[in-house]
Design a binder for this molecule. Structure first.
Ligand code: ATR
Length: 304
């Protein structure tokens, strides 16, 4: 399989032989070859290096590691002096036992997407919630605070969204899922801090959603070409805002239906960009350009 990898995607074998030439960052996933994080971060690093030469030797690459190789991979990153790593599917939860320290927000989410090697210590952060908050603010002019929010799905993405909604003091939170038990498990796991929250079925969403709700698709429905919308958008109350965590395709059936009904919509590109901004800010301790990252993402997606 490795012979088909793009030049800047490294396998475990290649990582064993890898020698960083400067300050090294990267993304780890399985698979990771379709990730647009490398061009996104390189664009932001280019902007940073224009302002300060200290960033001129910073690099960002992709590493494709199977779940069973994550521990060895993390040890190699540590030994080789990497500064930071983004984690994507399926590593965000599996990495938890390998950390020396976890940020409280990431602990609530039960998942980590950003590793920061501080000397020999490994810290874990989760910037997905920050990405969601800022993407919603950018798209709809107001973040999660004070909003009635319906989250569709009950996987890892949903769990992180619920934790962020609590952190940002949402007015109410409903978690809807095909498998009700999983939605209930998310509600139960955050029950201490969740004031008004409950688990419902997808069919109940239109009747249960308050007018003006922010509806967030955190399911994987929409990634594949023939997927339907997870809910019946036509029956939603007035004034809803539709956010889809999926960015490729740019318009899922969920967003398409929302657009037809005249609801404001936004896809997950903003979330990808803003989680990336926050990760790079953690590693560099500098303000990072969201605009440069967004343009790089759009170019990478257009080139597909
Ligand atoms: P992630 O970590 O990205 O959140 P996940 O844990 O695999 O991914 O979760 C996928 C979510 O999409 C789940 O909520 C799943 O519903 P179930 O818990 O009922 O499986 C939802 N999902 C996936 N395919 C679906 C489908 N065909 N219809 C409805 N929901 C679906």
């Amino acid at each position: 399989m490795s012979e088909n990898l793009p030049d800047d995607v490294f396998t475990l074998d290649a990582l064993r032989d890898f020698t960083p030439v400067g300050v090294q960052l990267g993304v780890v996933g399985w698979p990771v070859r379709h990730s647009i994080s490398p061009p996104m971060h390189r664009a932001a690093l280019k902007v940073l290096s224009t302002a300060s030469p200290r960033f001129s030797d910073w690099r960002y690459d992709a590493f494709e590691l199977q779940p069973e190789d994550l521990a060895e991979g993390v040890e190699l990153f540590r030994k080789k002096g990497f500064r930071g790593i983004n984690l994507t599917v399926p590593h965000k939860v599996e990495v938890l036992p390998l950390l020396d320290e976890i940020d409280p927000v990431a602990a609530k989410m039960g998942a980590v997407n950003t590793l920061f090697f501080k000397g020999s210590r490994l810290e874990g952060y989760n910037t997905d919630g920050y990405g969601l908050e800022n993407a919603v603010k950018e798209a709809f002019g107001q973040g999660l605070t004070g909003r009635d929010i319906v989250i569709l799905g009950a996987g890892g993405a949903s769990r992180a969204a619920v934790a962020q909604c609590i952190h940002s003091s949402a007015k109410s939170i409903l978690v809807a899922n095909r498998t009700l038990d999983k939605a209930q498990a998310i509600i139960d796991s955050q029950a201490d801090e969740l004031g008004r929250g409950s688990a419902i079925s997808m069919e109940e969403v239109p009747a249960a959603a308050a007018p003006g709700s922010l509806i967030i698709n955190a399911t994987s429905l929409g990634l594949s070409q023939n997927d339907p919308s997870p809910i019946s958008v036509d029956e939603l109350p007035e004034g809803c805002l539709l956010y889809d965590m999926i960015y490729n395709p740019a318009r899922t059936p969920f967003l398409e239906a929302g657009l037809l009904r005249g609801y404001p919509i936004a896809n997950g590109l903003g979330m990808l960009v803003h989680q990336g901004v926050r990760s790079l800010e953690i590693w560099t301790d500098e303000k990072v350009s969201a605009q440069a990252m967004r343009i790089a993402c759009e170019q990478a997606l257009a080139a597909r």
